[in-house]
Design a protein around this ligand. Structure first.
Ligand code: ZN
Length: 575
């Protein structure tokens, strides 16, 4: 007898979620059968039923995909999930192809209006945008693109950096890079960049392959450049590269000078003659604020925080704990970074990170938990399309949660709380210029796909001079040559994603301002946004949350006044 997964939801924990490799041949046959019924349906009700059957097939596939992804990244050396991951690398494009058939069928439905009333018009908008990104002629290219991404990820995951007689991976080296001793900081940071320098030929070959492959896919899809495909892949339906360019200009004009002045304050605070690249993340002579307690204690404090924040966050976080939906601590063999994903079959958000004793550990519990809380709040949408919004909107949930949890930061930082808040807000400002530089870089790269790797590096170096005028690489040849971007995985694995952080950051700043003025209405706006999930486009969601569009002239300027006033009110010479 098969068990209804819903019955076991509250009792099953992550390790018991059963993994079964989807049989692609069988799945395709069933999917196609339902598609045929969909096409032949004589009524809207019958079509909606066929659609529901397809939704169930898709849910099984994506649940197994995400389960495999989590278990593979939790231990990249596990041969079972490595093989399964490879299977998904190979099969995902075929699954995409099926999805595209569905989207075509939806768009040509006789009952489109009735379906749109039931499922929302946005489904059809998404169907249209998605269709732009695929046709069967690029199936093999997509498989190759996946394989290149995996290669890049592996290079970083297998990093072994020998430093002062100890062996580190990229995550575990981070605290050493933030050492109180400047010479240690310098040498640890240099050791990290030596790893990237050693791997530069391989990394540049991978990226060059990606750029050429992506350009050729764009042409097969009928576009001038991959930029159009990149935007469509990000499911952007209501803004274009010209609007984004204008947004970057707002950042250049209003944020870059504040960021530069913050680096100057930092230089003075640290008592340095000049602030070098290895000092940038080292904010205070007394060290960056470090979280208090063991990982278990940190999670217990997070539970207290979410209990007090709202009844919804309380229920949510208890479920994350009870079902063991978080893998937080750094281990060898674990993939780098942090992410949040969702397993629809078990209504389970999942948070993955690499705690390493820095304040970043707390950011995971606020940022990734923001994502997880949103998907949790949107789980009752039957369509997976609506579980998550596009990333530009999704990052609003995560980045705003970082601010909504400010009143509880004393639980994690004790008497260093003010210092943490200052660092968090200043860091958010300082991130923006880098964020738009990464975005502009990708526009330039895909506009001129025939650039040589050295030319790309030069483009990057020029963007650094424009957006990060304070940066001083202390003569390190690898970085002076413009290869800092090699560490930025989004450039490889998630093209055109990066600007979304900056758009969302400007929205999160708006929530920060509102929350300080009136918590109740700010939280109500936020909750409404989380519950809307992906049921609408970026600009519509922004409106729904009572926020100003970041593309609107003056939007960026409208938040910086309050932020600057706060930053100036803090006497950072005490830190
Ligand atoms: Zn995020």
């Amino acid at each position: 007898m098969t068990q209804n997964p819903l019955d076991t939801l509250s009792s099953t924990s992550f390790d018991d979620f059963p993994y079964v490799r989807p049989d692609m041949e069988h799945l395709s046959r069933v999917f196609e059968q339902h598609l045929t019924s969909f096409g032949q349906s004589a009524s809207a009700v019958a079509q909606a039923e066929a659609l529901a059957a397809i939704v169930a097939v898709r849910e099984e596939f994506s649940s197994m995909y995400n389960l495999c992804y989590i278990r593979h990244t939790a231990n990249t050396a596990d041969p079972f999930y490595e093989a399964e991951n490879q299977y998904f690398d190979e099969q995902s494009p075929s699954f995409e192809a099926l999805n595209n058939k569905l989207y075509k069928a939806l768009l040509s439905s006789k009952f489109r209006d009735t379906l749109a009333k039931k499922f929302g018009e946005h489904l059809f908008v998404l169907a249209e945008v998605s269709l732009k990104t695929f046709n069967p002629s690029i199936l093999e290219d997509l498989q190759q693109e996946n394989a290149l991404s995996t290669e890049y990820t592996k290079i970083k995951a297998r990093a072994r950096i020998e430093f002062d007689g100890k062996s580190y991976n990229l995550s575990s080296l981070l605290p050493v890079e933030l050492s109180n001793d400047r010479e240690t900081r310098k040498r640890a940071t240099e050791a990290k960049w030596q790893f990237y320098a050693d791997n530069a030929p391989e990394v540049e070959t991978i990226f060059d392959g990606m750029v050429k492959l992506r350009h050729s896919m764009a042409q097969k899809l009928g576009f001038k450049s991959f930029t159009d495909v990149g935007y469509a892949r990000m499911r952007r339906s209501d803004y274009c590269p010209e609007m984004v360019a204008k947004f970057r200009k707002q950042i250049l004009e209003h944020i870059v000078p504040i960021a530069s002045s913050l680096y100057e304050r930092q230089r003075v605070r640290l008592g340095l003659a000049s602030l070098k690249y290895y000092d940038e993340d080292y904010k205070f002579a007394s060290g960056n604020p470090k979280p208090i307690g063991t990982p278990e204690e940190i999670v217990a404090n997070a539970a207290k925080m979410y209990q007090e924040l709202s009844p919804d966050t309380d229920v949510f976080f208890k479920r994350m704990q009870d079902a063991r939906l978080m893998d937080l601590v750094n281990r060898d063999g674990k993939a780098t970074g942090g992410y949040c994903t969702y397993i629809p079959k078990f209504e389970a958000p999942y948070i993955f990170s690499n705690f390493n004793g820095t304040s970043g550990d707390i950011d995971v519990l606020t940022h990734e938990a923001g994502h997880a809380f949103q998907v949790w709040s949107s789980k009752s949408f039957p369509l997976e399309e609506y579980h998550w919004p596009t990333a530009d909107a999704a990052e609003i949930h995560s980045m705003s949660m970082e601010f909504f949890t400010w009143p509880w930061m004393h639980l994690f930082f004790g008497d260093q709380t003010e210092k943490y808040r200052f660092m968090h807000l200043a860091g958010a400002i300082q991130f923006l210029p880098y964020g738009v530089a990464v975005d502009e870089f990708q526009h330039l790269v895909y506009d001129q796909p025939d650039m040589t790797p050295a030319e790309r590096d030069q483009v990057w170096r020029e963007l650094e001079k424009k957006y990060l005028p304070h940066r001083d690489y202390d003569g390190v040849a690898h970085l002076e040559a413009g290869r800092f971007w090699h560490k930025q995985s989004h450039i490889f694995n998630s093209p055109f994603y990066y600007i979304d952080y900056t758009l969302a950051q400007i929205c999160a700043f708006q929530f920060w301002v509102k929350d300080r003025q009136d918590h109740k209405s700010a939280w109500a706006d936020y909750l409404r946004l989380c519950q809307a999930g992906g049921s609408s486009s970026f600009l519509n969601l922004v409106k729904l949350a009572n926020l100003k569009s970041p593309f609107e002239d003056g939007c960026v300027q409208s938040v910086v006044g309050e932020i600057q006033a706060y930053l100036n009110s803090v006497d950072d010479s005490r830190f």
